[in-house]
Structures are given as C-alpha cells and as structure tokens.
Write a new protein. Structure first.
Length: 704
C-alpha cells in the first residue's frame, strides 16, 4: 500500500473507531476497497454463501443508489442502520457505507434471537458477536461530516429514514460490545411480600447538563466506557454503586425481568443479601404508568400485624427497552423529586447497554448449554443397557457437579416413588420407606422443578440427620413426556460446597428431554407384557413404529413451543425400492431395510427418535435440533447408507427436513413440510438432502 493510501486508510480507521461505527468503501462493482471497524455480524453474513446474497440486496446496491450524488439511509438485512454516501478519490467514484450499527437494543435482541435459535444458529457466537456496534445516529452523522471533503457533490441529502426511529440525541451513547463469557452469580434468596402504593410526587425538570458537577459527569462517561468490558452482573453492581455514591443513597437493588416477575441481580448497602420479593408482576399497570409519568412506584412492605401500618418503603424505577419492561432499580426509602428525575433519566440511558450485556450473557449461556447437551447425548449412547439407571444418574450428576444424586420412579399402582438409582447416598434408598414423600413426590405431581439454596430458610422439613448431607442446597427435577410423569431426579451436595443455582437448572432443562426419552425407551423394554412392547415397535427393523412416532411428535411440538427449543423432523425414503424388490425378491428387500435401520441406530443420538414410517420410508424426530444441524446428521446418514455393504446392489436414500416455526406448529404441518422437502430431493435426482425453507420451496444445504 502506497504512503498516501496508507494515510487514508489510517484516517478511515480512526474515523470509524472514534465514532463507534463501521466505514466500508465499495467500488462500482460492489467490491470492498477499504474496511474499518466492521461489525462482526456483517463479516460473518457476507462471507456465508447462504446469507451473502441477502446482504447484497442492501449494501450490494449502495453504489447504484447513490449515482444521483445523494446519500440515503437504510436498515439492512441484519437490522443494522447504514448510511450510503457517494465519495470520490482522484476522480474515481466510490460509495462509503457508514454505520452498520444497531440503533436500538430491540434490533440487537432480534439479531440474538436469530443467532440463538433461528436462521443464524450455525455461526460460532464468539466470532459472530466479537465486535457488535450499538449507537444512535450521532456517531454516523459525525463520521459523515468528517468525510465531507470526499463527497461527490454538496447537493442536499435525500435521507430515507429507518423503520424504527432512533432515540433523541440527548439519549445517545456509543458502546462497542465485545463478546464475553460471563460468570453468573447466584441471586439473593427472595422471600418477603409487598403491595403497591403510587407516589404523589411530581419531579422537577432535569437540571441542564452544564450545571451538573464536573466530576459526576466524568464518572458517568467513564462508567459508560467500561460497560462493554464487564459481564452483566458486574455491570449491574457497578451501576448501583455509582448511583449510591453520586446521590447519597443508602441501599439499592437491580431487578431483572424473568418471565412475568422480577428477580434480584445485584444489590448494595443494607439490601445486599436481603430476602426481598417484589409482589407485583413485571408488566404491572401502575409501574408502567409511573414510568410514562417519569415517576418511581413506591412499594411498601407488608407486615404481619396490619394495625402497626406498613413497613419499609422501596421506590421502584422501571427500565424499559424497545417498548418492553426489562428490569428495575429499587431504592430503599422515599426519594426526592430531583433525585428521582436523575435516576429515571439514568435508567433510560443505561437500559439499552445493560440489555446488550444481558443478551450477550444469554448467548454465551446457550453456547455452553449446547456443548453440555451434546456431550450428554453422546454419553447416553455409550451407556450399557444393563446398568442404565445408575449410569444415567451418574452422568447427570457429573454435569451439575453433584456428589449425591438419586433417580426415583413412579409406582404404577400408586402415587408413591421407589429408587432406581442412587449415587453417593449414606443410606440405602432402595429400602427406605416413604422415599420421596418430603419433596420429590410433590415435585412430580406439580411437574415443575425446584432449586433450593438453603432448606433451613424454607418451610420444608430437613432430611433425617443420619442421611448426613454436607450442604443444605438441592435440586429436585421431574422427568416428563407430555403429560406423563415418569420419574424425579434429585441432586445434593454440590462438589464446590456452594449452593445450586439457576445455571444448574438451565442445564437440567436442556438435558431433561433426553433423559426422559431414554427412560421411556428403557421402561418399554422392561415391561412384562410383550403386547405393549410390540404395539410401538416395528417387527422387521426393531425401530419404533408410526403409532409411537405420531404420539411423540405431538408431545415434542408442545415442548418446543413451551421452552422455545428448536425441533426438527426428517423423512428418509429408500430410492427405487420397488425395483429392488422386483429384481431380488421381498426377502432381499427386507434385509436391505434392516441394514438401513441399523445405520440409523448407529448414527443417531441418544434423544433422537427413529421410526419406520411405512414401507421403505423412515422418520426421525430430532428434539432441540435446528434444520442446519439436522442437515449435517442427514448428510452423514446419506453417505453411510450409500457406502454400506448391501448384498445385492448399491442402495441410496433421499431425505427431506422440516423444523417447527411460526408457520409450522402442528404435527400435520410438520409432516407435510418434511414430505414436501422429500419430494424435492426426489426431483433433484435422488440421493440428496433437502430442507423445507418455509416459503414453499426447498434448497440443498451444502455439507462439507
């Protein structure tokens, strides 16, 4: 690179870094001639043969759209705000794409959903989210102003606004988000009750920024700059300490929204470690109304003797991002109108940054769960059927670092339980009378797991002293298939000596469906009556039959909806099977089907359900599996069958794949979609894999 060119590149690099935006220069053929601070999401998508054409529909036509000399703004395929500016260098025209930033946390949230469970799931999170840019339009405007000397014309710009308007300039900040692997902390044990009382105070107008203390403004800027380098929990704690010292407050707490309620993430002062439970829903109408009026909502502690009035007061400041309640700051005691105004403004400014960190934590957690689940399903395949119950309990206990674990199965003729496996127990659970009556039996009946940090702080009765538990923390987890309650797994004595927490529960949520499937299969084999076993098994191949698959398909679709897990169905058909039968006879055809079934059993994972669907057609149910993951499995199946040693002639298969989605949410829809993809595979010459793409067409997923 020549010195002048190097100088210009350094200028563009500085321009991009200083303003927290990407600056990408394209020539008339849409080739990149300069790239500065590019968004890592753009890098990943534009290098993908599948998604690059979608990106080209936006940035790829930027040069053509600026031929009039006017710039324009657009939101691209990835949801990023971009500004295309016509520029020139030594008489040659180019287009500079400035921005490639998320202007709202809601845009970024949609991107993370695609990366977690949607069409972008194939990308590695550490690379995909390595350099995510979040900004208002201020950084874009500043960068374009500095580029003005390279503009082709000084004509008045024609700006096409992005679909979602950016926040006002007073609330814009620039943060570079680097993907972190957070170390989640256990939340406080929350127990007390509260009721709501709206505040009658009206805050004063916020003081002008120039009148605020210089050291406070400097500390606030420093805090924003450091946020991108912190994990979510640490950032929440740091923000509370900033508010505490800046406004002379005593005790604060940061609540995160979990489903329809609030949970503690961090606390300072007297509220650190305090048992607090906010007794209102996360979408409480009074809280939303208080936020719109820029007021806190006052909550007062309910005390046992109502004649004594109310207890302590907690002022709750809502944090709403992208129109959705995401969390709240609680301040013990009443807060002055002036301080309330500052805290509300603080919540509005800091909310998007915290939401980014929270989403990054979720992505890292999903990646961790995915790896753990993969290891677990591989372990299930290696478990010896003879010691199944003990081995599955051992593998599960190792994943959550539990020194003691038990697996209790429901008795068929009563509501009682009996032990099928026990790890590290100090007593013989197999002969213990009334096993599971204290906790496990009610957990199985309710169908919901519980995680207890300290049983001594609950109303539950403790275990007998002779059981000699090391800690007072445990998890009791029910194993279900649809409405059928199969068993309960109990985990105690965490190896680290610490309490079990939500992270352990998330891991069990991920592996529980696999355990339930394995238990269900084993239970079927153990049944005394052969009729029940035969009623769900194909006599020729030994696989499950269509009757069982259809029942499980309905259950897994409901589970997928409930937990937002991906779920995929694969239909596999033996190519030209009629000619195979006609040429070699039906016994040879039956032998070929047995070989195909053997390949399925060898390749598939522990939780996958393979069934003979009818004739030469097989169906494979793949829980917690995306289309792209299923395509990789299908390609391995196709290749293994193609190269298998069949006695008469080479045998190949065609495979169609479909996944649950907003449009495909019933068993009939899923089967029809997979069947459509299967016909596409036949039309493409057989011996290939096709994925139903949701638009009535299929495409051949390239597997390396």
């Amino acid at each position: 690179m020549s010195p002048p060119a190097l100088k210009k590149q350094r200028m563009l690099d500085r321009l991009a870094e200083d303003n927290g935006v990407a600056v990408v220069v394209l020539d008339e053929n849409s080739r990149e001639v300069s790239v500065s601070n590019n968004n890592s999401i753009c890098r990943a998508l534009t290098s993908s043969p599948i998604f690059a054409p979608r990106c080209a529909e936006y940035c790829g036509v930027a040069f053509r759209n600026t031929e009039s000399g006017e710039e324009f703004e657009y939101r691209c395929y990835a949801g990023l705000t971009c500004r295309a500016v016509p520029v020139a260098d030594r008489g040659k025209r180019f287009v500079a794409i400035v921005g490639r930033t998320f202007t709202t946390a809601d845009d970024y949230r949609q991107a993370t959903e695609k990366a977690i469970s949607g069409e972008w799931r194939e990308f590695q999170a550490n690379e995909f989210f390595e350099n995510v840019l979040l900004d208002g339009v201020s950084g874009i405007n500043k960068a374009i102003t500095e580029l003005s000397k390279y503009r082709v014309t000084e004509k008045k710009s024609k700006v096409i606004p992005a679909p979602s308007p950016p926040p006002s300039p007073k609330q814009q900040t620039t943060t570079r988000i680097d993907q972190q692997i957070p170390a989640p902390k256990s939340g406080a044990d929350v127990r007390s009750s509260s009721e709501t009382h709206p505040s009658g105070e009206h805050p004063q107008r916020p003081a002008p920024a120039k009148d605020r203390p210089i050291d406070e403004a400097r500390a606030l800027r420093s805090l924003y700059e450091r946020l991108g380098k912190l994990d979510y929990e640490t950032a929440c704690g740091g923000l509370l300490e900033f508010l505490r010292t800046s406004y002379g407050l005593d005790s604060l707490v940061w609540f995160e929204r979990k489903d329809d309620h609030f949970e503690i993430v961090a606390a300072t002062g007297g509220l650190r470690g305090a048992p607090i439970r906010v007794g209102i829903a996360a979408d409480n109408a009074r809280l939303l109304d208080a936020w719109r009026r820029r007021l806190p909502l006052e909550l007062r502690e309910r005390i046992a003797d109502r004649s004594l009035g109310y207890g302590r007061t907690l002022s709750l400041f809502a944090s709403i991002v992208g129109g959705e309640m995401r969390g709240a700051i609680g301040v013990e005691g009443r807060v002055s109108a002036e301080t309330s105004t500052e805290i509300m403004r603080f919540c509005r400014r800091i909310g998007p940054q915290l939401e980014i960190l929270r989403l990054n934590r979720e992505i890292a957690s999903r990646e961790w769960l995915s790896r753990a689940t993969s290891r677990f399903t591989e372990s299930l395949k290696r478990i010896d059927a003879e010691d199944f119950w003990t081995h599955v309990t051992q593998v599960s206990a190792e994943l959550v670092q539990s020194e003691r674990a038990s697996l209790l199965v429901r008795k068929e003729q009563s509501e009682g339980l009996y032990a099928k496996a026990a790890i590290g127990a100090k007593v013989d659970l197999f002969v213990e009378p009334g096993i599971g009556r204290r906790v496990a039996q009610s957990v199985l009946q309710a169908g919901k797991p519980i995680v207890v940090g300290d049983i001594t702080r609950t109303r539950m009765s403790s275990a007998p002293e002779e059981w000699r538990y090391k800690t007072s923390s445990f998890i009791s987890y029910p194993l279900l298939i649809g409405e059928r309650r199969l068993a309960v797994m109990n985990f105690t004595d965490k190896a680290t000596g610490s309490a079990f927490e939500e992270r352990d529960l998330e891991l069990l949520d991920a592996i529980a469906p696999h355990i339930a499937v394995a238990i269900d299969r084993t239970s079927l084999k153990d049944m005394a009556g052969e009729f029940e076993q035969l009623s769900v098994t194909d006599a020729l191949t030994g696989l499950l039959n269509r009757r069982y698959l259809e029942k499980r398909l309905s259950e897994e679709i409901q589970r997928s909806k409930r937990h937002r897990f991906p779920m995929t169905l694969m239909l596999l058909d033996v190519d030209d099977f009629k000619s195979y039968n006609d040429s070699f006879g039906h016994p040879a055809g039956d032998a070929a089907l047995k070989i195909v079934a053997g390949v399925l059993q060898d390749i598939l994972r522990g939780a996958d359900v393979a069934a003979r669907y009818g004739g030469e057609e097989f169906a494979i149910l793949l829980p917690q599996t995306t289309s792209s993951e299923a395509a990789a499995i299908a390609e391995r199946l196709r290749q293994r069958i193609e190269h298998a040693d069949f006695p008469k002639r080479k045998v190949t298969v065609s495979i169609g794949i479909a996944s649950c989605s907003n449009d495909i949410e019933t068993p009939d829809d899923l089967v029809a979609a997979a069947d459509h993809a299967l016909y596409e595979a036949k039309d493409h010459g057989r011996n290939n894999v096709q994925i139903y793409d949701g638009y009535g067409k299929s495409f051949n997923d390239k597997i390396n």
